[in-house]
Write a new protein. Structure first.
Length: 277
């Protein structure tokens, strides 16, 4: 009889204990409990990933980490009163992938071997993309753009449409196309119409192609795969195997890991929240 009464008592109390649990909601970057902004350390589940960090008056404050499904770190952000001050994104193997700093408005993206893919600084206006060997490929400050081959030799330097260095000599071929020769080396080719120019690696492979017929600019890896492409406001950077690494339309930016999966920039569709302390 006592056991039956105990079971009935537990069943009776269960709804009370459930209803007493706090109801958390993460909305527009702020964490609430029953409509009030909360303070403490919380674990959030978003899709396949878990995140953990501290909140003060509902806003992320301090170090905030997001993890891959296997538990390895994906993102490490530092917040001050809800403002993201630094962001580090990691490959699944633990190597640094992306590093952002609000203090100097800088962004750096790395290959898994540690070489830079690109770097940019809003403060200085300098944007650099890099060869596979880590040397600068294209450097731009918004006005002056310089293209280098893999040996750090300048192929062109432009201020808008004005050349700032010797472009070399044009040599016409029998088929009506042209070669651009500089320092006794063929550094570029032009089709017969003069609308498509292809700059070359020192070993002859296509490095960069500009097509004035459709406005497409492409930069290639030595293996022939497209590394970078731009058409209007749309930009894309690829891994060496051709999978996307980064793309933007100048409004939204998306990064991808080596498996082609999108790297979340913020917590989206939070499906679970638990207070840790």
């Amino acid at each position: 009889m006592k056991k039956i009464l105990l079971v009935l008592l537990l069943l009776f109390l269960m709804p009370i204990s459930i209803s007493a649990k706090e109801k958390y909601e993460f909305k527009d970057g702020t964490l609430y409990s029953d409509g009030k902004k909360v303070t403490g350390t919380f674990e959030l589940i978003s899709g396949k990933n878990k995140a953990k960090g501290s909140f003060v008056n509902g806003l992320p404050d301090g170090i905030f980490e997001t993890y891959y499904p296997d538990g390895s770190i994906m993102l490490k952000n530092t917040f001050v009163a809800g403002i993201r001050m630094t962001e580090e994104t990691y490959y699944k193997g633990g190597k640094l992938f992306i590093k952002f700093s609000k203090k100097d408005d800088s962004l750096k993206v790395f290959y898994e071997d540690g070489n830079l893919v690109l770097s940019r600084s809003i403060k200085t206006g300098i944007y650099i993309i890099y060869h596979e060997n880590g040397k600068p490929l294209m450097v731009s400050n918004g006005n002056i753009s310089t293209l280098y081959n893999e040996n750090n030799e300048i192929l062109f330097k432009l201020n808008g449409d004005e050349s700032l260095d010797s472009q070399g000599d044009l040599k016409e071929l029998k088929d009506g196309s042209y070669q651009l020769v500089k320092n006794n080396k063929v550094i570029a080719t032009l089709d017969a119409s003069g609308m498509i120019v292809t700059f070359l690696y020192s070993t002859g492979e296509p490095l960069m192609r500009v097509n004035d017929n459709n406005g497409l600019l492409e930069i290639f890896f030595k293996n022939g795969n497209v590394f970078f492409e731009a058409n209007g406001n749309n930009f894309r950077i690829n891994y060496k195997d051709g999978k996307p690494l980064y793309k933007t339309d100048k409004i939204t930016e998306i990064f991808f890991n080596k498996d082609g999966e999108e790297i979340p920039n913020d917590l989206e569709k939070v499906i679970g929240i638990r207070k840790v302390k």
